[in-house]
Design a protein around this ligand. Structure first.
Ligand code: 13P
Ligand code: SF4
Length: 310
């Protein structure tokens, strides 16, 4: 017999049965966003995970996000639908060379973007996200030298915004470096009233022509409150789902990539599927498990971020 499962209904059932909360990042496929209890940017998701009082946190996102949830709320079982859902940016900062880099700059404090492993967090003084990075940097005295890791694009943008001269680790996100300035410029000519909104992980030439720069939540809010009717969106395509739902009368165009075979989907984020989500809730696997010493060391700079960005 051909028995088809209604995965949406099954996931809702498992949420209730197991007292689980489903958190999803905006870059998840639309089906996953539709079944989530909360959709957010990295900051919102970390705050939600910290407060969660369910028995299970199901994290539809990438590994560093689920790991962050475990760091902040260790008594909960934290599940990630696909353990291989990594992050090119987190991968661009391995612990051993980063430790050596830090030793070369002994009087510097380390501010790390949340898109990094627990090992890098443990080597950092404060964590930030794209939603609170300026505030975090401004909280540090002006004469205090800073290392910023791992994203060179976000770091360069923040240096410009805050007038600092932070030493940057040379890492980047594969998705946000894919956009073509030439194609965006041509698109802008064809859509003269469209505004370009961009994530700060994009490269400097794209940010230089953007009308607004912000985290995923900030881009979504801007597109809801701003008066333009058309937007070119320079970030991962998953965010367009919430934009279109919130503002059905507006047009959202994904910024074109430099290679016509490429796309703006994050291959890591998109490893999660509705089927994997269902199976992970059903079997309560894969689970994020952490060494307690590492967790505590990684929690310290996370707590500082939470305190400053209150
Ligand atoms: P935010 O959702 O915090 O803007 O981060 C974007 C991102 O690249 C997450 O991987
Ligand atoms: Fe990492 Fe970039 Fe994917 Fe975000 S979009 S998870 S930074 S690879």
């Amino acid at each position: 017999v051909d028995v088809k499962l209604d995965l949406f209904a099954e996931i809702e059932r498992l949420k209730k049965e197991k007292n689980a909360i489903l958190l999803a990042h905006y870059y998840q496929e639309p089906d996953i966003q539709d079944v989530a209890d909360y959709i957010g940017d990295s900051l919102g998701l970390a705050q939600k995970a910290r407060q969660a009082d369910a028995d299970i946190i199901v994290f539809a996102g990438v590994h560093f996000m689920a790991e962050t949830a475990k760091i902040l709320n260790p008594s909960k079982k934290v599940l990630l639908p696909d353990l291989k859902a990594g992050c090119s940016l987190a991968d661009s900062a391995p612990a051993a060379p980063f430790r050596a880099f830090k030793e070369k700059h002994p009087n510097h404090i380390v501010i790390s973007y949340i898109n990094c492993t627990a090992e890098i967090k443990a080597l950092s003084d404060i964590i930030c996200t794209s939603g609170n990075a300026e505030k975090i940097i401004e909280s540090v005295p002006k004469d205090q030298p800073i290392i910023f890791a791992p994203d060179r694009n976000l770091g360069a943008y923040l240096n410009k915004k805050t007038g600092r001269n932070m030493v940057l680790w040379n890492g980047a996100c594969m998705v946000h470096e894919i956009f073509s300035l030439e194609k965006i410029t041509k698109l802008k000519m064809r859509h003269p009233n469209a505004k370009l909104i961009a994530h700060p992980e994009c490269e400097e030439p794209v940010l230089a022509i953007a009308d607004y720069i912000g985290s995923t939540t900030q881009l979504l809010k801007y597109s809801q409150t701003d008066t333009a009717m058309e937007y070119i969106v320079a970030t991962e395509t998953g965010i367009l789902h919430q934009m279109q739902q919130a503002m059905p009368g507006k047009t959202f165009i994904p910024a074109p990539p430099n290679n016509s075979c490429a796309c703006n989907d994050c291959p890591h984020m998109k490893l999660n599927t509705l089927e994997k989500l269902y199976l992970c809730m059903m079997y309560e696997k894969p689970e994020i498990l952490m060494d307690e010493e590492l967790r505590l060391a990684a929690k310290k700079p996370m707590d500082r971020m939470m305190e400053i960005s209150k």
